[in-house]
Design a protein around this ligand. Structure first.
Ligand code: ZN
Ligand code: ZN
Length: 146
């Protein structure tokens, strides 16, 4: 049976490496629970990391776009014996694991986007000023693929 590991903001939940001492959280690390703050000089920690928002509210505070895809990736990739509190706003991910996510994200970008498909179904040749009534009728047509 694998031992359950309590949540710590100073541990990468994907690879379970302590960001403060750079050692394995379940094995050699003897660090206490610690909030760490990213800074250029790596004051207070050894491994570089990214602080990723897990909620829309947290992303708004950080003034960045909320990345739902990251949240999905995070939930399917963090170590199963690592306890993640349900109402966490941010998660610290080590630089290496964050790279793995970015790689996966780039692969996804190569697939056609659903949004583009929808745009193509709108007839942009309609002259809206000449016949507003007609335009409205077209607009309410169900988006059906023939
Ligand atoms: Zn990691
Ligand atoms: Zn440690």
């Amino acid at each position: 049976m694998t031992e359950t590991l309590a949540y710590r903001p100073n541990v990468c939940p994907i690879c379970l490496v302590c960001l403060v001492c750079a050692k394995s959280y379940s094995k050699e690390c003897a660090c206490p629970y610690a909030e760490i703050y990213w800074n250029k000089r790596r004051d207070g920690y050894q491994l570089d990391f990214c602080k990723n928002p897990l909620t829309q509210a947290a992303a708004t505070i950080k003034k960045i776009k909320f990345d739902k895809e990251f949240v999905r990736w995070f939930h399917s990739n963090y170590a199963s014996n690592f306890e993640v509190p349900p109402n966490l706003n941010y998660i610290n991910i080590c630089r290496e694991c964050n790279k793995k996510y970015k790689k996966k994200e780039n692969l996804n970008l190569q697939k056609p986007l659903i949004e583009t498909e929808l745009e193509e179904t709108i007839d942009l040749t309609i002259d809206v000023t000449s016949n507003i009534q007609e335009y409205k009728e077209i607009k309410i047509l169900p988006k059906k693929k023939l």
